[in-house]
Design a protein around this ligand. Structure first.
Ligand code: ZN
Length: 293
């Protein structure tokens, strides 16, 4: 089955096409231009798919809360205006006359790790991705745990500090206000206003900036506290961490050390692993929707 897969994020849309066996034979990345809104993104997606008339199926991994049964966007925040309610599956199936599957991007990334990556050997694991916010996915018995309304795994909105910093969700003190890359950069700017993103921060630390290292070290502790709570709840054999900031071995090492300081001894076998596919995990997961379900 030749599959067209797309991973729609706030910054870019990653696209690939597979051969009959599901191996990626073509990959490209285009800007999402997310501020133009959902209808514009959908039109762009349709135009790209039209370039591949020989495909047998379409898989979409996308930002936002997704009803994967019916293939529509339950809710998308202001990063992609007017995207909520977009009926991706119905519209693409009508236009292209092939089977379409749609999944939330973090869930898709977890499936990518499960079927092709570092999660392959585990029936159960948790997946967290660190970026603008913190996304989460729960894999139990080799399947996604979706919850009652399909939105389980919103780890970024666990209450981390009662009455803490306001969050985009309308609540206060959410985990992602302290553990996301956005939160890390916010704190880094207080000691070095020249630091504007995670990659730059890590370069400055490697260049010997001790004050920024302290900020980073404190941030890894915030990250670890959240993960430790999840380990106590789910008792997983491993937790996989994704997002650009976690591609650095230093991040995984520090987070892992601190997680082990915060968990009870009976959980100490848990492994903290780096995502194998980084920002392509969602595409692999999108492909798996047709190959393994
Ligand atoms: Zn929140």
């Amino acid at each position: 089955m030749k599959i067209f897969a797309a991973d729609i994020g706030g910054t870019s849309i990653k696209i690939c096409v597979t051969d009959e066996n599901g191996n990626i034979v073509f990959f490209k990345e285009v800007e999402t231009e997310s501020k133009k809104g959902g209808p514009s993104i959908f039109k762009k997606l349709e135009d790209i798919i039209s370039e591949y008339p020989e495909i047998d199926a379409i898989s979409i991994s996308t930002a936002g809360q997704v009803n994967s049964e019916e293939g529509y966007i339950i809710y998308a925040n202001d990063n992609i205006p007017n995207y909520t309610g977009t009926r991706i599956k119905d519209r693409l199936e009508t236009k292209f006359n092939v089977h379409v599957k749609v999944e939330n991007d973090v869930n898709a990334a977890a499936l990518g790790e499960k079927f092709y990556g570092v999660g392959k050997q585990y029936g159960d694991f948790l997946f967290l991705t660190f970026g603008t916010g913190i996304g989460g996915a729960i894999v139990i018995d080799s399947k996604l745990h979706r919850g009652d309304t399909g939105t389980a795994g919103e780890f970024g909105h666990m209450n981390h500090y009662p009455n803490g910093i306001h969050c985009g969700c309308g609540k206060r003190g959410c985990y992602e206000q302290y553990g996301s890359t956005t939160a890390l950069v916010r704190e880094a700017k207080k000691v070095n206003p020249n630091c504007t993103n995670g990659r730059q921060l890590l370069e400055m630390i490697q260049g010997g900036d001790k004050r920024l290292f302290e900020v980073f070290d404190t941030w890894t502790n915030e990250v670890a506290i959240g993960i430790a709570s999840l380990i106590h709840i789910f008792n997983p054999p491993c937790v996989i961490l994704g997002g650009g900031i976690m591609e650095q071995d230093m991040s995984i090492k520090l987070v892992s050390e601190k997680v082990h300081q915060h968990i009870m001894d009976s959980y100490s076998d848990v492994k903290i692993l780096k995502s194998q596919f980084g920002n392509k995990a969602g595409l692999y997961g999108a492909i798996s929707l047709h190959k393994f379900s």
